[in-house]
Design a protein around this ligand. Sequence first.
Ligand code: ADP
Length: 294
Amino acid sequence: MSDCDLLKKGDSIKSRWRITHKIGGGGFGQIYQAYDKLRQEFVAVKVESNSQSRQGIRMEVTVLRRIQNRQHICELFSGGVSTLYNYMIMTLLGLSLSEIRRNTQEQRFTLSTTLRISLQILEAIESIHSIGFLHRDIKPSNFAIGRANSRQIYILDFGLARKYTDYGQHVRPARTEAGFRGTIRYASINAHNSRDLGRHDDLWSCFYMLIEFLLGSLPWSKMKDKETVGHMKATYDYTQFFANLPDVFENFLEHINDLKYEDKPNYEYLRLLFVSTIQRLGYHDDDPYDWEKS
Ligand code: ADP
C-alpha cells in the first residue's frame, strides 16, 4: 500500500462493498476491486481525494447516471462523498484495449478485430454525444473488455467530459480559448491549439487510436512534448497511414476533416463504412477477437 492510497484491503464502503485490492490509478483517480455483499459479486470502485482541485468523479457520476442501460456503458451502483474521498461503484471490467494491444505479439490488432471493435467504439462515443456530452479523453486505456462478456467493449473515464449543448439542446457557443484537456498522443489538433472541442474532436482521437491499433504505433508515439506532437500531427502526410489499409480509414478521416466545432458527425455514415468493409472482406461478427485466440 502506498502513502497516498485512499483505501486498503478490508475497508468497507457503506458496509456493503469490501475492498479486496487496488487495480489501477495513481493519477487523479484510484481504482480498486471490491466485493458487493448484497449482490455477491465483484465490482470496481473509483475514488479520488476530495481535497484535490480536479473533481472528476462528480462529473463521471453525472454522466454515467444519465447514460445507464446502454451497451458499452458500465452500470453505476452508487456514487457519493465521504469525509476523505469521492467515490463511485461500477461494473468490474476486464483488461483495457491498451493492455491487450501491448500484450499481442506484434503490439497491434488484426484488421478484422480493429474493424469490428471500431463499430463498438463508435457506438460508445455516439452514446455520450447523444446525451449532450463530449468525452474529451478518447484513448485505448479508456476502453475495456467486459469480464462476463469479453466480446463487449466498454468506455471508461468520464472525468474530463464536458457538456456541449445548452438547455435547449443547442450547441453552446465555442469559447475562444480553452485549456488543454486529454492525452497528448491522441489529442486532436484543435486540442493542441487550445480550441474549444466539439464532437469531431472525440472522433479525431478515435482515428489516431484506430491507426495505432492497426500499425502498432503512431509517428509521434515516442514524443512527449505537446508542441512537438501538435506540429507533427498538423504537418504529417496522413496518406502514409493508408498504404496497406482498406479505404474505410481514409474515408473516416475525410469525413471528420470536413467537420467544424458545431457540426454533428454523421455516425450512421461512419458505421456503414465499417459494416460494408467488414462484409466485403468476409469477416463475421462472431469471429474470435484477437484476445480470444490462444
Ligand atoms: P483515471 O481517471 O485516473 O485515468 P480511469 O477511469 O481511466 O482513471 O481508470 C484507470 C485504469 O483503471 C483504466 O485504464 C482501467 O485499466 C482501470 N479501470 C477503470 N475502471 C475500471 C473498471 N470499471 N473495471 C476494471 N478496471 C477499471
